[in-house]
Design a protein around this ligand. Structure first.
Ligand code: COA
Length: 180
């Protein structure tokens, strides 16, 4: 699915071939991947393969991250998107922002827009997101966006030779209607 979402400050749209350097900036930012099962990428060929996989997923109508830009100057700041959509009622979302752009409210802004799109346009019943328990910034984004922490998946992720707990966040339509 190809969606394009605009917010007050941001634009979210599909990656294209010309985004190789943009994606490499994100993939090679080791702070971004600290709490991820994905590894930091050190060479551009690996990033090229990641980009090709994303583009193939779009071609097969599969969900994947999309590129996130500042609307005014089209500066790339990271990625976000719908990562899965089960039978059009239950979606999973995610986001990764390049560290130099952290703490400007960007992840919260695009998360709120994805929530609005999913509940109002796609008419899903439920949206989910996962965050490593130690990842305070990501958990704060989900909390600010109105997600509820529904449970702890103990030792769910194996990252840097450690088992980490993962928080499972969810929002259902009635939560959204209450907040909006
Ligand atoms: C998580 C992430 C996307 C947040 O992006 P962002 O654009 O900085 O998010 P926002 O600015 O919208 O909100 C961040 C919030 O976390 C808070 N925060 C940041 N670091 C924090 C920390 N170490 N402890 C507690 N709160 C923290 C900020 O103060 C802010 O909350 P506030 O508005 O109440 O002050 C970004 O840090 C990132 O890409 N991290 C690495 C990848 C990642 O974790 N992806 C998500 C995987 S689930």
């Amino acid at each position: 699915m190809s969606i394009e979402i605009e917010t007050e400050r941001l634009v979210l749209k599909n990656y294209c071939k010309t985004d190789l350097d943009n994606l490499h900036k994100l993939k090679s930012d080791k702070l971004v991947w600290k709490y991820s099962t994905k590894q930091v990428v050190n060479n551009i060929e690996q990033t090229r393969n990641c980009l090709l996989t994303i583009l193939k997923n779009y071609d097969k109508d599969k969900f994947d991250f999309q590129a996130l830009f500042i609307k005014d100057n089209l500066e790339y700041i990271g990625e976000a998107g719908i990562l899965s959509l089960k039978q059009n009622y239950r979606a999973v979302i995610g986001y990764n922002i390049i560290s130099e752009y952290w703490n400007n409210g960007y992840a919260t802004e695009i998360t709120n827009a994805l929530i609005k799109y999913l509940f109002e346009k796609i008419k899903v019943e439920r949206i989910e997101a996962l965050s490593v328990e130690e990842n305070k910034a990501s958990r704060r984004v989900l909390q600010k966006s109105g997600f509820k922490n529904e449970g702890l998946l103990r030792n769910f992720a194996y990252i840097d030779s450690r088992y980490l707990n993962v928080c499972y966040y969810g929002m259902i339509k009635s939560d959204y209607n209450k907040n909006s």
